[in-house]
Ligand binder design. Structure first.
Ligand SMILES: Cc1ncc(COP(=O)(O)O)c(C=O)c1O
Length: 372
C-alpha cells in the first residue's frame, strides 16, 4: 500500500544531484584526498566555510566571517553545542510558542525553563508579548539565557519574522542583556523573490547573535552538514565544549566542491519544485476543506500548518490517517508547553506532486470523518 509521509522537513528526492556529487567527489578527492588523513579540527573544512560565507553574502549583501564559522554535523549539533554551552538546569530560555520540536526536546533535556512567546503565522514572534515576558521575568529577578528564534519560514508555522520585529527584538535583547540564537534552517527556500528581511545577525551591531544554518534543507539531511557563526566573545567557549574532533571533511569536500559551482542553480531549481508541491497541498485542501479548516500559505520553507475544527477528535484522525498510511506531525509536538492543539503540520518536500494530491484528498476525508 502506498505511503503518504508528510512528516519531517526533507527536500525533494528526485532533484537530489547524484551525478553532480559523484563528479565533485572525484574532482576533490583527486585534488585533496590525502588531507583526509588529518582531523578536520573544531571549525571544519575551510572550503565549506567559504561556501557558507558566500551563500550568506548572496542574500544578505555581506559575507559571514569565515573565521567565525564552525561546521557541524547538521544544524542540530550546532544548536546542541550552543545550548549546552550556555544553559544550566533551571535556566530560562525564550522562544516562539510554536517551535521546532527538536529544539524543544533539547531545551527539555537540558532542564531549561521554556517561555513560549505568542507568534502569528505571517510575521512571527509578537514583540509586545516578548517585552511582557522579559518584564515579567525581570520582576522576578530572572535573567533568561537566550532568545531562540527561527526567523525565516519558521518551523512549524512558516512565519517570516517581520523587519520591525527583528529590530525590536534586538533592542529588547540589548535592554535585557540577552543573547539571540537565530536559526536560519529554512533560509534560501524562498518561493517569492526577496521575501525575507535582513538577518537578525546583520541588523545587530552588538555581537549578541549566534547564527545557525544547514545544508540539510537545500540538499539533504543525510549529508549531515550544518554550521554556526558566533561572535568572537562566544566562539571559543562554544568550541571548548566540542569533543568530536570536527565534522567529516569528506562530506565537506564533496558538498563544497559541488556548491562552489552549482549552489544557486540547485536552490532555484528545487525551490520551483517545492513551490509546486506547496500549491498542490493548498489546491487540494481548498477543494475539500474550504470553510472547514484553515491552513497557511508559506512563502518558503517546507511546512504547512493546518488548523482543524475544534470538533476534531485528534485520536480518531490519527487512527483514520494511519489506515491509509498517511503520516503527519501533531501540533502538540511543537507547543512550548506541550499543550494539545487541534492543529497538524504537513511537510510537503519529499512526496511527488501526484502523491501529494492523492494523500491530501484522503487526509481531507479523514479530517471530515474525525469530527465529533
Ligand atoms: C528549525 C530547525 N532547526 C534545526 C533543524 C535540524 O536540522 P539539521 O540538523 O538536519 O540541520 C531542523 C530540522 O528539522 C529545524 O526544523
Amino acid at each position: 500500500m502506498k505511503q503518504f509521509h508528510f512528516t519531517g522537513g526533507r527536500p525533494d528526492p528526485e532533484s537530489f544531484p547524484v551525478q553532480g556529487l559523484i563528479d565533485a567527489a572525484a574532482d576533490i578527492l583527486n585534488e585533496r584526498g590525502p588531507e583526509l588523513t588529518q582531523y578536520p579540527g573544531d571549525k571544519g573544512y575551510i572550503g565549506l566555510r567559504e561556501v557558507a560565507s558566500s551563500r550568506f553574502e548572496h542574500r544578505e549583501g555581506v559575507p559571514l566571517p569565515v573565521d567565525n564559522i564552525a561546521i557541524t554535523s547538521g544544524s542540530m549539533q550546532a544548536l546542541s553545542l550552543v545550548m549546552r554551552t550556555f544553559i544550566q538546569p533551571g535556566d530560562t530560555v525564550i522562544t516562539e510558542e510554536l517551535c521546532y520540536s527538536g529544539t524543544l526536546g533539547l531545551f527539555r533535556h537540558l532542564k531549561a525553563n521554556i517561555i513560549g512567546v505568542e507568534l502569528d503565522e505571517i510575521d512571527g514572534m509578537d514583540m509586545d508579548a516578548l517585552e511582557a515576558s522579559l518584564e515579567n521575568l525581570a520582576s522576578k529577578n530572572i535573567k533568561p539565557k537566550l532568545i531562540y528564534t527561527t526567523s525565516n519560514h519558521q518551523n512549524p508555522t512558516g512565519a517570516i519574522l517581520a523587519l520591525p520585529r527583528r529590530k525590536r527584538m534586538i533592542e529588547l535583547a540589548r535592554e535585557y542583556e540577552v543573547m539571540i540564537v537565530e536559526d536560519d534552517c529554512y533560509g534560501d527556500i524562498d518561493f517569492e523573490p526577496k521575501v525575507t528581511p535582513p538577518a537578525i545577525c546583520v541588523l545587530d551591531d552588538s555581537d549578541s547573535v549566534i547564527f545557525v544554518a544547514t545544508f540539510s534543507k537545500i540538499l539533504g539531511p543525510g549529508i549531515r552538514l550544518g554550521y554556526f557563526c558566533a561572535p568572537d566573545r562566544f566562539l571559543g567557549t562554544i568550541l571548548d565544549n566540542r569533543w568530536d574532533a570536527g565534522t567529516s571533511a569528506l562530506s565537506g569536500f564533496i558538498v563544497a566542491e559541488y556548491f562552489k559551482h552549482n549552489l544557486w542553480n540547485h536552490v532555484n531549481k528545487t525551490n520551483a519544485i517545492l513551490k509546486a508541491k506547496r500549491d498542490a497541498v493548498i489546491e487540494t485542501f481548498k477543494k475539500y476543506l474550504d470553510g472547514i479548516a484553515t491552513w497557511t500559505r508559506p512563502r518558503g520553507g517546507l511546512f504547512i500548518w493546518v488548523k482543524l475544527p475544534e470538533t476534531t477528535d485528534m485520536k480518531k484522525l490519527q487512527q483514520l490517517a494511519g489506515e491509509h498510511n498517511i503520516a503527519y506531525s501533531n501540533g502538540q509536538a511543537f507547543h512550548a508547553r506541550s499543550e494539545p492543539l487541534k492543529a497538524i503540520r504537513l511537510a510537503y518536500g519529499s512526496l511527488p506532486v501526484d502523491d501529494i494530491r492523492e494523500g491530501i484528498t484522503l487526509l481531507s476525508q479523514c479530517i471530515l470523518d474525525a469530527q465529533t
